[in-house]
Structures are given as C-alpha cells and as structure tokens.
Design a protein around this ligand. Structure first.
Ligand SMILES: Cc1ncc(COP(=O)(O)O)c(C=O)c1O
Length: 310
C-alpha cells in the first residue's frame, strides 16, 4: 500500500453533497470537509504553505521557534507541521477562545502567551511580532503572509473546481480572509458570475476562528472587491445549524461551519437554482465542551437572527 508523509496528507479533502439540507428544489449544497486535514482544520494548508515559504526564503532556519497569533487552529496546524520539521511552537492567544481549545494547543506542545481581555486580534499580532523581534523567533504571520492566500488559490480552489466545475455561490467564514480571498479569486477566474459570500460573527460575539470586520480590524489579506455579500451570523444560529447538520446529514462540523451553513441556506433560498459550495473549516469534536456553555445564550423573542449586509 502506498504511504504518504504528513505534508502530502494535507488537502484533497472531500466535497460532499448535503442532500437533505437544501431549502429549495434545484439548489444543491456542497460542503468541503476541511476537518479531514491531518491536524483537523483548513489551517494545515496554510501552515504547510507558510512554513515552506519561510524555509525557501531562508527566514525560517532549522530548529528555530515559530510564533503565531492564533485562536487555536493555526497554532495546532503549525505545531503539527513543526513536529515533522523539528521546530518549536509558541502562540499568542486572545482570552476569548472556546473552552478546551487551550488544552488542545498544550497537547500539541504549543507554549501559550495569553493576552489581556479586549485586546482584539491586533493585540496578539503586535505581541507576537514583539516577542519574535525580542527572541529571534520566526513570526509565521498568517494575517499578512501571501502564502496564506496562495495555499487556497493553488489547492482549495482548484480542488473544488475539479470536483464540481459549476459553482454558482461560494460561502466561507472570514478570519484572516485567506480562504475567501484565495478560493474566491480562483472561482471568479473560472466563472466571474460566481457569488462570493463572506461570513462574520455578530459584533461583540465569538465564533471560533471568525472575526467581525465591525470590530475595526480589516484583515490585510481580505480582498473585499471579491465579495458579493457579507453575512453576519449570531452564535445561537451557528450552533443551531451545527446541530441540524448532524441531525440531517450525520456530519459533525465546527462552529464556524454552522455559521457558514446558516448563511448558505439564506443564500440558497434566494437562488432559482444552481450549486452552492461551503467551506467547513473543521470538525465539531473540539467544541463539545462549548455546547452546554452556548445553550445559555438564547436569542430574545423576535430579535433578528442574522443580517445580510450586502
Ligand atoms: C474554525 C475556523 N473557521 C474559519 C476560519 C477562517 O479562515 P480564514 O483565516 O482563511 O479566513 C478559521 C481561521 O482561523 C478557523 O479557525
């Protein structure tokens, strides 16, 4: 039997049709299951691409310590890749990450520096840069590295098109903006009419891995000109969608995937027909502890559950 090394096991994730979830006849929903990557998220693609570019440029040297600002997935993906390549891994982490994620990061061998509450995402980024400068560590910089967008432009996007040549709408969460920008650019090159939808958490709420642009930090990699719509999803809607997904399809995806599914269902309702592709960035297992915590957050009667901004 052929065997693979860790890096060649990254990507080539399945694109699965959600045949029980479409709200409309003639609209087909497809999910790219990025939780199938070796460390469990889409960030394996970015970690592999960023480490490769660091090694090629000579900026990342053997045995060096890598540091990153991360809410979890990127730190774990870099840590997994670092184990393979002989690097140490550190992360600067905002305090609002989902319960249990820090334990997982520690399990992967990540040394964590916690930021103060309300430091936003800019706080961890600036602190990671400061620590890198002070200690001679290599700052992976998922928020600004072109290797992030490149990973999606060269792998995620082409894989989608190889599996499904006609993509009418594409829905992905916005964290660094790398996924929606890299895949969006590739899909629009193939078909300029593809609708690209970016999904954000509601202002002031946490959806692990996603960021509200309303908080004032526009990720530098995010190409807003590619976005046809921005969709704001609140946390209860994202969790409801995760539960519904397991119920209807038997797929247990992460919280950002619930937000993406929730937005995609709204997009699908407004279409006459066609194919909607979603990114499910990770699986649900690492958020199991977050479920009882979230059940306290009930939406007030009559409050809107989401807002389509464009
Ligand atoms: C679970 C999850 N979903 C979505 C995203 C967003 O991806 P991107 O950074 O490419 O915008 C991330 C990024 O950290 C994530 O961890």
């Amino acid at each position: 039997m052929e065997h693979l090394d860790f890096f060649s096991a990254v990507g080539n994730t399945p694109l699965v049709e959600l045949s029980h979830s479409s709200p409309k006849k003639g609209v087909r929903l497809f999910a790219k299951l990025e939780g199938n990557n070796p460390s469990g998220s889409i960030k394996d693609r970015v970690a592999a691409s960023i480490i490769q570019s660091g090694e090629e440029s000579g900026a990342l040297t053997p045995g060096q310590t890598i540091i990153e600002a991360s809410t979890g997935n990127m730190a774990m993906a870099l840590a997994a890749a670092a184990k393979q390549r002989g690097y140490q891994m550190r992360a600067v982490v905002p305090p609002q990450i989902a319960p249990g994620i820090a334990d997982l990061m520690t399990l992967f061998g990540v040394e964590i520096t916690w930021m103060e509450p309300r430091s936003g995402m800019l706080g961890p980024i600036e602190e990671a840069q400061r620590l890198a400068d002070e200690n001679g560590w290599w700052f992976a910089q998922q928020f600004t590295s072109p290797a992030n967008v490149k990973a999606h432009y060269e792998t995620t996007g082409p894989e989608i098109l190889a599996a499904l040549p006609q993509v009418d709408a594409f829905v992905a969460g916005i964290g660094t903006g790398g996924t929606v920008t890299g895949v969006g650019r590739r899909l629009k090159e193939k078909n300029p009419d593809t609708i690209i939808v970016g999904v954000e958490p509601k202002f002031g709420e946490r959806l692990q891995g996603l960021r509200s642009l309303e908080e004032g930090y526009i990720p530098p990699l995010l190409d807003m000109t590619l976005l046809n719509r921005r969709f704001i999803v609140d946390s209860p809607s994202a969790f409801d969608a995760v539960r519904r997904l397991v119920e209807l399809e038997g797929i247990f995806a992460g919280i950002s995937s619930g937000a993406v599914l929730h937005a995609a269902l709204r997009v699908a309702e407004g279409m006459d027909g066609g194919n909607v592709v979603m990114i499910f960035a990770d699986q649900g297992w690492k958020y199991v502890n977050a479920f009882p915590w979230m059940s306290h957050q009930q939406r007030p009667e009559g409050a809107p559950d989401d807002v389509a901004w464009w």
